[in-house]
Design a protein around this ligand. Structure first.
Ligand code: NOJ
Length: 717
């Protein structure tokens, strides 16, 4: 449809029809199919008549169901404006990939894009038009349960992943939404939802405006630059105003400064919750504030529905504001091609072929292997040898708690467990499997059996961690250690057999200080998804190389958080050569450093860095060179990380900021000189006037295999 036709359509719409477009409800309003609820389900007084005008639906899928709902709806709709079907496709539709924090550990935006493309294709043929992804909230506190949906603590990496996910879902910008198998993406949660105080879900966010611009906004902006079609507001306040009705955020920054003309949708009942926040007295206030702030769609609360008409009648709001919002929604429907083809890509036959296809499962296995991070490998306990007698034990050894949260179409029944993979692999001869039924209790009988088997094993592999519902939305934890029963199991097993490898399933960096001492091998498997079990077995037996690196710092204990690599020096920095000095910025009972720093991850081989050289080139670039050598016994891939410190700025600069990285594959014994060029603009930061620019002066350029192990060279620019 041409733009002019859309405007004409808008003109023909009644007030009620317009208001309907602004309402989003769950699929169960339209279908008996089960849909997923992720928030309160109260307060609607929609009539049958209202439902004929509702503009969008969340969490309804399946080609047949989608087509049926669309058909029945259009049959009743006066102007034949199709419904928009949205859903949370976060790390896969039915082929489930590792949780985003796991995917991020691959340091492979292209791979992440591929997983998003597959998720889009599976969803699109199943009738979905929009995914509520990517979540690009920067996060520094692992107590917050939603760290699993993020890509970590670094603004640069988060922005790269934001772009790759949007392109994966929507197709490249020029052809966005035109290609078969695409979805419109919705970046969330605008803004700064990842910084709730104390890591407590839905809690207050408090930060300076400059900090917001410097670290938190870039990833949303990167999604916009990649052409993202929707933005979701967040539940939290930003500078004392709930984000959903925050004009500064939504009108000034998002629409005016960044030129976003797509659809702004509230989070689930986030509009009505503005009353709880205490800046609106009632639904009427909320409706007024939200439309003024530019919110187009209200998800699962009903303030627009109940109050907008009165406000418009009384002249408290202009029809123009309403029309703007409706036009944005119609435009999205048009860009998705729904007016011409309301089924879009929904297709039962394709659905059978494409969803959970062998090809997609293969990519899921690859993604899982690339996301796994080897945290400890003392005395080279890994890889295992297929002739060793290995005891596999724990709550996750034969459990389908592998998909992680936000995998509503992922089917645990078709997900292989580690025990099943081991049994199927004939090459692995001598394994014993010992299941522990619950991660929270180890019974006396289970323990006796475990100890007896462990005594006679060459090595013990414990598979355990969080249950799926211990991370994700509304799953903040104040104690981020492994559950007590598991810590005790590790230490009891260690007493009879010290050759222990611990494989962890979890959605957040855990505080692992205690268990990391007790084990020789430590493998972070996250919630690895459909292909997780096979990927884990392949890594454990050395068929695949561990090469992931964490994108969030792992604290020693929870008292250290928030803990992140790109922190300030402070006026009284700790002097590691003089730890006796009391009046410095430190704790009395724990080191300042994390247990595992940002960017850290081991491999079955080792890499050495030497000869870092940094120079300014004639064309005003910074050219860095370093030699990386594979000093171990196997070929392997290293993620070479480039960090910069600006020694003095108008505002305090972090001790390190990631500015780039390179992936290098090296045969054993081989060395290669890696070159990385920076543009001076990459040294820019947000000044007090909130604009980005760079200062002349002294910089430190660093390179290494993680944020702590770096070579450094100073350069004055
Ligand atoms: C609430 C969550 O915060 C958001 O991320 C999600 O997309 C919506 N619910 C819809 O399920």
């Amino acid at each position: 449809m041409e733009k002019e036709q859309l405007t004409q359509l808008l003109r023909e719409m009644t007030r009620n029809e317009k208001l309907g477009q602004l309402q989003q409800v769950t699929g169960d309003f339209f279908s008996d199919e089960l849909t997923e609820a992720t928030g309160p389900l109260s307060g609607n007084n929609l009539t049958e008549e209202d439902l004929v005008t509702v503009g969008s639906v969340l969490s309804l899928s399946g080609a047949a169901a989608a087509k049926k709902v669309q058909r029945e709806y259009l049959a009743k709709s006066r102007l034949k404006i199709p419904l928009l079907l949205m859903a949370d496709i976060i790390h896969g539709y039915r082929t489930i990939f590792p949780i985003p924090l796991g995917l991020a550990a691959s340091w492979q935006p292209e791979l992440v894009k591929e997983t998003a493309r597959i998720a889009a294709e599976e969803s699109a043929v199943s009738g979905i038009h929009v995914t509520f992804s990517p979540m690009v909230d920067l996060v520094r506190d692992p107590r917050w349960g939603r760290v699993l949906e993020s890509t970590g603590e670094d603004p640069y990496l988060n922005a790269l992943y934001a772009k790759s996910m949007v392109e994966g879902y929507q197709g490249e910008q020029k052809t966005a939404l035109q290609e078969y198998g695409t979805l419109a993406a919705c970046v969330k949660h605008f803004a700064a939802y990842g910084a709730p105080e104390g890591g407590r879900e839905y809690n207050t966010v408090n930060m300076s405006e400059r900090e917001l611009h410097e670290n938190y906004l870039p990833a949303y902006k990167a999604a916009l630059d990649a052409g993202v079609k929707l933005v979701m507001t967040s539940f939290n306040t930003v500078d004392g105003i709930p984000a959903t009705v925050n004009k500064q955020l939504n009108r000034e920054i998002l629409r005016k400064d960044w030129g976003f003309d797509g659809v702004l949708i509230s989070d689930w009942s986030a509009m009505k919750e503005v009353i709880h926040h205490g800046v609106a007295a009632d639904e009427r206030d909320v409706a007024q504030l939200s439309l003024e702030a530019g919110v187009d769609i209200e998800m699962m609360s009903f303030c627009y529905h109940n109050e907008l008409n009165h406000l418009l009648e009384e002249g408290m709001l202009s029809e123009e504001l309403l029309d703007e919002a409706v036009l944005r929604i119609l435009t999205l429907k048009n860009e998705l091609g729904l007016f011409e083809n309301p089924d879009r890509f929904a297709d039962e036959k394709k659905e059978k072929e494409v969803v959970f296809s062998t090809k997609h499962q293969e990519i899921a296995r690859k993604a899982a292997a690339e996301s796994i991070v080897l945290l400890e490998n003392k005395e080279e306990i890994l890889p295992l040898n297929k002739n060793e007698n290995v005891l596999f034990i724990g709550s996750h050894v034969n459990s389908s708690e592998i998909l992680g949260t936000w995998s509503w179409k992922g089917n645990p029944e078709e997900t292989k467990t580690v025990a099943e993979i081991l049994k199927a692999k004939q090459a692995i001869e001598q394994t014993q499997i010992c299941e522990i039924a619950s991660p929270f209790v180890v019974t006396e009988t289970e323990l006796e059996k475990a100890l007896e088997l462990a005594k006679h094993a060459d090595k013990v592999v414990i598979l355990t961690g969080e249950t799926v519902d211990m991370s994700g939305e509304a799953s903040s934890r104040s104690d981020i250690r492994l559950p007590k029963a598991q810590r005790e199991l590790v230490s009891r097993l260690r007493a009879v057999n010290p050759r222990i490898v611990l494989v962890l399933f979890n959605g957040r960096p855990l505080a692992l200080e205690e268990v990391s001492r007790d084990v020789q091998g430590l493998v972070e498997a996250w919630f690895p998804g459909t292909g997780g079990a096979e990927a884990i077995v392949n890594i454990l037996y050395g068929k695949a190389m561990p090469q992931g690196k964490i994108t969030m710092s792992f604290p020693r204990n929870v008292g250290q958080v928030p803990l992140y690599y790109n922190h300030f020096n402070t006026g009284r920095p700790i002097d590691h050569n003089n730890l006796e000095n009391k009046y410095v910025s430190k704790y009395l009972d724990v080191e300042n450093t994390p247990l595992y720093p940002f960017g850290y991850g081991l491999s079955y081989t080792t890499f050495a860095y030497k000869d870092l050289q940094v120079e300014k080139t004639v064309n005003n670039k910074i050219l860095c060179k370093v030699t990386v050598e594979n000093t171990g016994k196997r070929a392997g891939t290293e993620i070479v990380q480039w960090y910069v410190r600006d020694k003095m700025g108008q505002v305090v600069r972090p001790l390190q900021e990631l500015k780039g990285f390179d992936r290098v594959f090296l045969e054993k014994g081989r060395a290669q000189t890696i070159q990385h060029e920076f543009d001076l603009s990459e040294l820019a930061y947000v000044h007090t006037n909130l604009t980005r620019s760079w200062d002349t002066g002294e910089f430190v350029f660093m390179v290494g295999g993680n944020s702590e192990a770096v070579l450094a060279v100073n350069l004055t620019i």
